[in-house]
Ligand binder design. Structure first.
Ligand SMILES: Nc1ncnc2c1ncn2[C@@H]1O[C@H](COP(=O)(O)OP(=O)(O)OP(=O)(O)O)[C@@H](O)[C@H]1O
Ligand SMILES: [Mg+2]
Length: 415
């Protein structure tokens, strides 16, 4: 596959040429391109990194890192091999060694999520490194990666979407750019000349709240206060009785059940109908073993679930992946069990869009725990000070079930 280069924006050209003598920034060692999604950071950075490394070195080792090896293959290697083909530069892939050979240099591939990723880095002496989506890497990986670049003239290329205001890339890299020799380029969607207004709008509609500010506006802002401030007590609820004439359509809809399993902690089931557009949360089950002073066994929970779903077994049950014993119990009883997608950040972003678009609605009378939790579900202040963005783990069980539902089933909203 070849890559069709389109005209680069002036921001992209700055990223392409920053390392060249005379650019004004060639004395910097690190470049960091941050900003909005789809703003042209990765395309320009891959080409910049390739041209720089081929121009400056031969026979050296380089690091190519992604959040996971899958993400690296998709977001970086795909476009990179296509560009090499267009440019007529041969590349050889040594699968067993996890490296690409280009122009006599070796480019070693890393997924930053692997526990042993840093160990593999440890033995290396590199002339340069490229990290895609660097804000999602553990800091230890980034530090180790920079530490490995000890060859004279080495450079480090980082790109990412913004994260919280206390993230280490903001406080220790961007805010200290001059001190640490970092050249920062901030991208907006205007910096990608290939984006049509229609595509831009559809991206903008896919995010709301803090994610809109981070992913669309490109700001390093922390999530504070309510996780779902866009929830509206009338627009996001309904009452089954008030829709009596529509009860028949409810019956014809696809039905799911989302489960947040807990033994010591509360256990939640949500009974959901999907009309292809809106998730109607018809009913909830909430068992708080601490408050009730009695823990239930998996068999008891499975009995409760069967009763809760009126004996209907032909229903997809979405369960948090960690609940292994409960999933086995459900499978034994003939339920169709699906592992929930468990990524908290992405899951909350998807749920927020669905709530903001009023595509999630809960029965006012039958979902009291969900309605209580949604108003008390807030971002964790203490975690934020440490640079981590996550909700306070308190009264969050219906919230987890809701997130599993939205993130696992709402394929049409995922980017
Ligand atoms: N100069 C260019 N020539 C051809 N296509 C381009 C160019 N610049 C951007 N694009 C197109 O725009 C898309 C988005 O660009 P890119 O992947 O670099 O954005 P990004 O800022 O890395 O986005 P994200 O933050 O979502 O990873 C690319 O997939 C590519 O199709
Ligand atoms: Mg990118």
């Amino acid at each position: 596959m070849s890559f069709t280069f389109r005209p680069f924006s002036s921001k992209q050209r700055q990223l392409l040429n920053w390392w060249r003598p005379g650019s004004g920034y060639a004395d910097r060692r690190i470049v960091l391109a941050d900003g909005a999604i789809r703003s042209g950071k990765t395309v320009a950075m891959i080409l910049s990194f390739l041209l720089w490394s081929l121009d400056s070195f031969r026979g050296q080792d380089f690091i190519l890192a992604g959040v996971t090896s899958g993400a690296l293959a998709r977001n970086v290697l795909g476009p990179m091999t296509a560009m090499l083909e267009t440019l007529g530069i041969p590349a050889e892939w040594k699968r067993g060694e996890g490296r690409l050979i280009i122009g006599g240099n070796s480019y070693y591939l890393f997924g930053a999520d692997k526990d042993n990723a840093q160990d593999k880095l440890q033995g290396m002496t590199a002339a340069g490194a490229y990290a895609d989506e660097a804000a999602l890497f553990p800091r230890s990986f980034i530090d180790q990666m920079i530490g490995r670049c000890s060859v004279e003239g080495s450079r480090i290329f980082l790109n990412c979407n913004p994260n919280g205001a206390y993230h280490y890339l903001k406080t220790d890299f961007i805010d200290r750019a001059d001190e640490i020799g970092l050249y920062r380029l901030h991208f907006t969607m205007d910096d990608n000349l290939t984006l049509s207004p229609r595509i831009r709008e559809s991206y903008a509609r896919s995010f709301s709240g803090v994610f809109y500010r981070q992913y669309i506006l490109g700001e390093w802002v922390s999530a504070e206060g309510a996780v779902y401030p866009m929830w509206d007590d009338s627009a996001n609820t309904f009452l089954r009785e008030e829709r009596a004439e529509e009860d028949l359509p409810f019956r014809g809809m696809r039905r799911f059940c989302a489960v947040d399993y807990g033994t010591v902690n509360p256990c939640v089931f949500l009974d959901v109908r999907d009309d292809g557009r809106t998730f109607w949360i018809m009913n909830e089950y909430y068992w708080d073993s601490a408050a009730r002073r009695r823990q239930k066994t998996d068999a008891e929970y499975a009995d409760d679930l069967a009763a809760f779903l009126d004996g209907d077994r032909n229903i997809q049950v979405i369960v948090d992946p960690s609940a292994a014993s409960f999933k086995a119990e459900l499978r034994n009883r003939g339920f169709r069990v699906l592992d929930a997608k468990n990524d908290v950040r992405e899951g909350i972003a998807t749920t927020a869009v669905l709530i903001g678009s009023r595509l999630v609605r809960a029965d006012r009378k039958r979902c009291p725990a969900l309605l209580r939790e949604i108003h008390s579900y807030v971002w964790d202040d203490k975690a934020r000070q440490r640079g981590e963005e996550r909700p306070l783990k308190d009264h969050d069980h219906a919230m987890d079930a809701l997130r599993y539902l939205c993130h696992t089933r709402a394929t049409r909203f995922r980017r």
